[in-house]
Design a protein around this ligand. Sequence first.
Ligand code: ZN
Ligand code: ZN
Ligand code: ZN
Length: 293
Amino acid sequence: MEKSIRKLLLSAMALVTVFALSACGEGSGDKDAESAGETTTEAKCEHVEKVIQGLDATCTAAGKTEGKECATCGEILVAQNEIPATGHTEAVLSAQAATCTTAGKTEGKECSVCGETLVEQTEIEALGHTTTTGTCDRCGLSFGSWELYYYVDEFQQPTNDGYVANGSYFVGTFSNSATTNSRLYVTVLADEEDIAFFLYEYGSYQVKNASSRYSDEYEITMKLSNGTKYEMTGTMYAGGDRLFVDSSYRSKVLNALKSGEEVSFYIVFADYTTSTYLFTVQTNNFAEEYSKL
Ligand SMILES: [Zn+2]
Ligand SMILES: [Zn+2]
Ligand SMILES: [Zn+2]
């Protein structure tokens, strides 16, 4: 008997518990309904979109995307996102080799977008010529190389007739229809009557006039170190191996050679104007040697 009563009691308690649980569930359901009703009764803003300007990122500063907010209530409708800084865009500033007379630069870097220097170029000092007396090994420039020579007679004996010429070649360039800026060697000869140039293409092949009848005419532009230019003419006679400065210009060239300054010559073959010769003469001790004639 007692056992069955206890069973009944337990069953009754279980029923009460189930009821209590379901009642709690109903209660919470009522509360949700109430709160939903409250929200719908609040005044709703009819948002008015207003653009928040974006900001471009730069190399070093972050930017922002365009955003939107409500002009009325200020609510952010589209958030702005940060755009990370782009970082610099490296551009190489190429190195420049120093020469005997001009300074060079090391390689540098700059930003091609904002122009900021990222790696500074440093100056490389001009190297200077390898010598001040003979011919510079690096650039071929000759110094103080004018020498007095004597013509020889038919017995290969020196005569009293002298001439002054550069003992080591002046180095220049020549161009024609087949080549551009190839190496040119030049000897300048001056005696009491004439001034002549010997031109060696590729440093060895001598320019000559192969004709036995016709002279070759050349246009010669002489440029002094102060920039003054003289337009002159020259002639390579039939069968000749040298270009004479025409006599009316001789004294001008002689004065330039005596100046002690650099003198440049640009020579054009009149028949084929694509054939050009360009070289610079160091006149250093020319005057001194010439005065001994
Ligand atoms: Zn609003
Ligand atoms: Zn930059
Ligand atoms: Zn040099």
